[in-house]
Ligand binder design. Structure first.
Ligand SMILES: [Zn+2]
Length: 120
């Protein structure tokens, strides 16, 4: 890319690319893969964390940063979490920049995690 540094910076910001690691992930592919795995787990009534640990990451069809992106959606405690205690005021608790990167890429749906307290 050519031009003065300020122009390059604006171009980069508006393109939403090269911003950071998150913006380099193929979130279309990663999100669809994660949704598929989550739906499969749900259908077989497998707890999400069990489904994740049973996952053969080498066979999931993703490589490199995309595979890491999948872990950042499905990994127990690593995923996107919303604070939805007040349904009228849902906020992003964890994963703000992942969501920004997805929006910039035009991704419409993904997987979020919800922590549940289970009685011991
Ligand atoms: Zn970024």
């Amino acid at each position: 890319m050519t031009g003065p540094r300020w122009l390059r910076r604006i171009r980069r910001a508006t393109a939403g690319r090269d911003c950071c690691w998150y913006h380099g992930v193929n979130w279309h592919l990663v999100s669809e893969t994660a949704i598929g795995i989550a739906l499969q787990a749900q259908a077989s009534e497998t707890p999400p964390e069990d489904a994740f640990y049973a996952l053969d990451l080498a066979a999931c069809g993703l490589t490199g940063d995309d595979r890491a992106g999948l872990i950042l959606l499905l990994g127990p405690g690593a995923g996107i979490e919303l604070n939805d205690e007040d349904p009228a005021d849902v906020t992003i608790y964890e994963g703000r920049h992942r969501i920004t990167a997805m929006r910039d890429a035009g991704v419409r749906r993904t997987v979020i995690q919800r922590s549940e307290v289970t009685p011991a």
